[in-house]
Design a protein around this ligand. Structure first.
Ligand SMILES: Cc1ncc(COP(=O)(O)O)c(C=O)c1O
Length: 350
């Protein structure tokens, strides 16, 4: 489908203007020379509006657009205590005059006397924060489910008092949120054609809740499938994950009035090889990637998401899974605030 036509479909939905677009795309000259590929970076960490942008802003443009069009007053969302998504949600809520309420699971327990990184930013922005500590024997998934139940009870109380509330799922992973990455993928294709004269061979990115991947794959289905999307997992996923992402992608297309086009078996390449030992637990691959990008290009990535994804991409290139001379784009999805998070999350980078 032509870019103009895709944009016309996107215009059907209410959208809040929350960032700076298009985000920059440029070649990493030192690393390209070292690795033998044309390596480009798409700076979605620059989406704005506060200093600490990231992939969630694209999703939030549509989610907050939806909340505003429904006349909501409160926005509830979820994540870990150092969630980038939660922090960006608070930031855009403040910009739009909405009241942010966070239910955050303490996977790494914060020191309340020495708040760090995103949790500190959430507090500075005055979000209403509910910390959900893991109960003895409780898994992270159980605690996440409990946090949703607690939030829904809270929301019910507010609605009984006449306040309209909007719920954004963890990571903004809903069909409405993924629409932001249909737009993001389209933007990248247009930009690549202008900058490189062609579309890239590969697009690498970190995948967590799957909303970004779903939008990228839906965008790819619309624009043409020239670019292989390689999604590096940052946490354990069960067998239900691909189907969840396929539904997200196709429901996003549905919101634009387009029939389902994404078949995950055919489209997706997700890789679980680079996140161990676990979510928010550092590994040496990510630490090496953080040092490499910082020392060769003066650029910051993070230990939880982009560091692990970049390490995966380096392995694909160094092992020859990506052929020499290929055009490769790394989608920088943000998250560098984690460089200032608790030591357990940061690990030993230097
Ligand atoms: C920096 C960063 N990169 C990537 C992701 C993964 O995005 P998604 O949850 O849409 O898969 C996240 C999600 O929290 C993130 O914060």
């Amino acid at each position: 489908m032509e870019y103009l036509k895709i944009r016309q479909h996107l215009e059907r939905l209410p959208k809040a203007d929350l960032g700076f677009f298009p985000t920059p795309l440029y070649r990493l000259d030192h690393l390209s020379g070292e690795l033998g590929v044309n390596l480009y970076i798409k700076r979605d960490d620059f989406t704005g509006m506060n200093l600490f942008g990231g992939n969630k802003v694209r999703k939030l443009q549509y989610l907050i657009g939806d909340a505003l069009s429904q006349g909501c007053e409160y926005v509830f969302t979820f994540g870990a205590t150092q969630s980038n998504h939660a922090m960006q949600t608070v930031s855009v809520c403040r910009r739009c005059g909405l009241k942010p309420v966070l239910y955050l699971v303490a996977i790494v327990e914060p020191d309340e006397e020495d708040l760090r990184a995103n949790l500190l930013l959430d507090k500075i922005m005055g979000a209403e924060i509910h910390l959900v500590k893991l109960l003895p024997g409780e898994t992270e998934a159980d605690a996440e489910e409990r946090s949703v139940q607690m939030a829904r009870e809270h929301r019910k109380r507010l609605e009984e008092e006449g306040h309209k509330c909007y719920e954004v799922p963890m990571g903004g992973a809903s069909p409405m949120g993924s629409v932001g990455f249909i737009e993001g993928f389209t933007e990248l294709m247009e930009q690549s054609e202008k900058l490189m004269g062609r579309r890239p061979d590969y697009l690498f990115h970190a995948t967590g809740t799957g909303g970004t991947m779903a939008g990228l794959l839906a965008g790819r289905a619309l624009c043409g499938r020239d670019t292989a999307v390689i999604s590096i997992n940052v946490s354990h996923k069960d067998e239900g994950y691909p189907m969840k992402c396929e539904s997200l992608a196709n429901e996003s297309l549905g919101l634009l009035g387009i029939e389902p086009l994404v078949e995950l078996g055919r489209e997706a390449c997700t890789d679980l090889s680079y996140y161990q030992p676990g979510y928010e637990i550092p590994n040496e691959g990510a630490s090496e990637a953080i040092r490499l990008l910082a020392r060769e290009e003066g650029l910051m990535i993070d230990p939880v998401y982009t560091g692990k994804a970049f390490a995966g991409m380096l392995d694909y290139i160094r092992s020859g899974k990506v052929a020499q001379g290929s055009d490769v784009v790394f989608l920088h999805t943000g998250g560098a605030t984690a460089l200032f998070a608790e030591k357990e999350i940061l690990g030993h980078i230097v």
